[in-house]
Design a protein around this ligand. Structure first.
Ligand SMILES: [Zn+2]
Length: 259
């Protein structure tokens, strides 16, 4: 087995660390690291096959890109073995027990303080472009494209993630802050996954929200919860055609929302 972890190492820096054990370990083992802005690739080598190192800090990530990593193990006399990153969307920061306790406490507060299950759709901001995108004019040829829902990247969104969120009442001050007509609400969510502008949240009653921004709450420089600002999506918006499995939101069973 290869233990392989990607953690936040600073602003726009990620630390890729691994531990070789059992069959992977040999004196001639070399480790190569590859990165892609998309889970499906293509991946490019950012660290050529190297010996005797156990971690690598990647500082070359553009700040709007969620990186995906692969580790490739090279040994003499056998084919290289490639391990993909466990999850492309979630990058867990390193945490000591103290920080984990704060995060658990915040998650409990969300669940018991008006939280409910929601479907969270991370918008694609990298990877192959949708067919609606014209490379020459650098704009979409098709309005209200059903293949990318306006994101202009192939598929539009990653698969939805089930989370708990405490969605608050509309607030005029938020609307002024984001200069949006109509009422903006806020929602409290767990520390992960990191929620970004353009992501979509869907509630059980098919109420849909677009994320306008995020004010993450920090403790010892770790994000322990997120306050996101949500604009309602109107029923004539193409985002109302984003498929949603409401059976996932029906019961009160635990949602996947943190440690
Ligand atoms: Zn499209």
């Amino acid at each position: 087995m290869l233990n392989f972890e990607v953690t936040i190492a600073g602003d726009d820096a990620y630390r890729v660390s691994w531990r070789l054990s059992g069959t992977e370990f040999a004196a001639d083992t070399q480790v190569e690291i590859l990165r892609s802005p998309s889970f499906t690739g293509p991946y490019e080598t950012i660290l050529p096959p190297s010996r005797d190192i156990t971690d690598f800090v990647d500082t070359m990530v553009h700040h709007r890109v969620r990186p995906f990593y692969q580790i490739r193990i090279h040994r003499q006399g056998s084919d290289p073995v490639t391990y993909p990153s466990v999850s492309g969307v979630t990058v867990a920061p390193e945490q000591d027990g103290d920080i984990r306790a704060v995060i658990r406490e915040r998650i409990r507060a969300i669940r018991h303080g008006g939280g409910r299950k929601i479907l969270y759709y991370p918008v694609k901001t990298s990877g192959p472009k949708c067919h609606c995108w014209d490379k020459v004019s650098r704009k979409a040829e098709v309005h209200n494209c059903r293949s990318c829902f306006g994101s202009h990247f192939h598929g539009g969104f990653y698969n939805p993630i089930l989370l708990h969120a405490a969605i608050g009442s509309p607030n005029t001050q938020f609307s002024e802050r984001f200069r949006v007509d109509g009422q903006v609400s806020s929602a409290i969510l767990p520390n992960l996954p990191l929620i970004r502008q353009g992501d979509v949240i869907i509630e059980k009653e098919n109420k849909r929200w677009r994320v306008l921004g995020n004010d993450p709450g920090e403790y010892k420089r770790n994000i322990v919860r997120q306050t996101v600002y949500l604009a309602p999506i109107s029923v004539d918006d193409i985002l109302f055609e984003l498929p949603a499995d409401f059976t996932l939101l029906g019961s009160d069973a635990a949602a996947v929302d943190g440690p």
